[in-house]
Ligand binder design. Structure first.
Ligand code: TPP
Ligand code: MG
Length: 343
């Protein structure tokens, strides 16, 4: 047994769990560095439009997606860079294509036509990137319905923020998922704010998962500080969705360290509040745990390679041609007879 800084006794990690934690740490750090680089490029005027960063929330998408099979689906909000990268396994290729999309380049993951809020990667079954708060919740139920209808074993993960919960579309999506027993897991990334509005001003019942009984879906609620815990708890819900067709409503407590978007200085929060949450940073916690398990040296080359990959992704975006105006009407409507999952 080892002792953590909080003086809690921590069970030693097995070799397998250490390897898993190292991979999850790699993905979380890669996503953070990609987003930091995109913030820099935005400030330099190289990225336009909206840019919502998930810095501080990486453990949710990385932990949750680690519980999936590659054939499972993910649907997310406009704060979805990390989800898209994690769904593709955190490769250099996806980082390049996400960065190129933010730069509005033809090589981008949506050919530069979508930008930050509309990443889409059908190959890896990442089905967007949606800007309408709560609007994608019924879409995720529809994807899960399609899997069940076709007799396919795939599960859909639907990520949304606390601001989606009071929306009508959230209610409709959860109602149908519970009624039709769809293989879907709804994950509320409760980052305490909807833009500048704190949770207590939007939700009369602050425990999001209390709503689950109204929809006859299972529920779970936990903190996002420990990425391994996120992975393990979501894995239970994914298994339940796959084998029993019981949906789950999950709430993960997390925090974004920056403003809502690049134009938000976040002055509605105190420095003390942000600093308190930074001590719970899942990347920091994972790193401390890995240092205790395998030593700092084992992480140095990993971190250097992440830095190099991020530089390569930015370089790729800068060198790529701009989005092609001839493509502007592509992918607006489905073509009759085509399967949008294979476009
Ligand atoms: C239907 C709708 N209403 C309002 C907006 C404007 N809006 C964009 S983000 C946002 C806050 C959403 O907060 P939350 O769901 O908690 O997600 P977070 O940004 O915290 O990740 C709002 C109100 C929108 N995009 N869609
Ligand atoms: Mg929120």
């Amino acid at each position: 047994m080892e002792t953590t800084e909080a003086n809690q006794v921590e069970a030693p990690l097995s070799e397998e769990r250490t390897a898993l934690l190292k991979e999850l740490y790699r993905q979380m750090l890669l996503i953070r560095r990609i987003e930091e680089a995109s913030a820099k490029a935005y400030a330099q005027g190289k990225i336009g439009g909206f840019l919502h960063l998930g810095i501080g929330q990486e453990s949710v998408c990385v932990g949750a997606i680690a519980a999936l099979r590659p054939t499972d689906y993910v649907v997310a909000t406009y704060r979805e860079h990390g989800h898209c990268i994690a769904k593709a396994g955190g490769t250099l290729d996806v980082c390049k294509r996400v960065m190129a999309e933010l730069f509005g380049r033809d090589t981008g993951i949506s050919h530069g036509l979508g930008g930050s809020m509309h990443l889409f990667d059908s190959k890896h079954r990442f089905l967007g990137g949606y800007g309408i708060v709560g609007g994608h919740v019924p879409l995720a139920a529809g994807v899960a319905f399609a899997s069940k209808y076709r007799g396919e074993p795939d599960v859909t993960l639907c990520f949304f923020g606390d601001g989606s919960v009071p929306q009508g579309a959230f209610h409709e999506g959860l109602t149908l998922a519970g009624l039709w027993k769809l293989p879907v897991v709804f994950i509320c990334e409760n980052n305490q704010y909807a833009m500048g509005t704190p949770l207590y001003r939007t939700l009369a019942v602050p425990d999001v998962t209390e709503r689950a009984s109204g929809y006859a879906v299972a529920r779970d609620r936990f903190q996002g500080d420990d990425v391994l815990q996120v992975r393990d708890r979501i894995a239970v819900a994914v298994e339940r969705a796959r084998t029993e067709h019981i949906p789950t409503l999950i709430e993960v407590e997390t925090y974004r360290f920056r403003g809502h978007s690049m134009s938000d200085p976040g002055t509605y929060r105190t420095k003390e509040e942000i600093e308190t949450w930074k001590k719970r940073d899942a990347i920091l916690i994972a790193r401390q745990r890995l240092v205790r398990a395998i030593g700092e040296d084992a992480l140095v080359s990993l971190e250097a390679s992440i830095k190099a990959q991020v530089q390569e992704a930015v370089h790729f975006a800068e060198q790529s041609p701009p989005a092609d105006p001839a493509r502007i009407w592509d992918h607006i409507y489905a073509q009759p007879g085509t399967d949008p999952r294979r476009m």
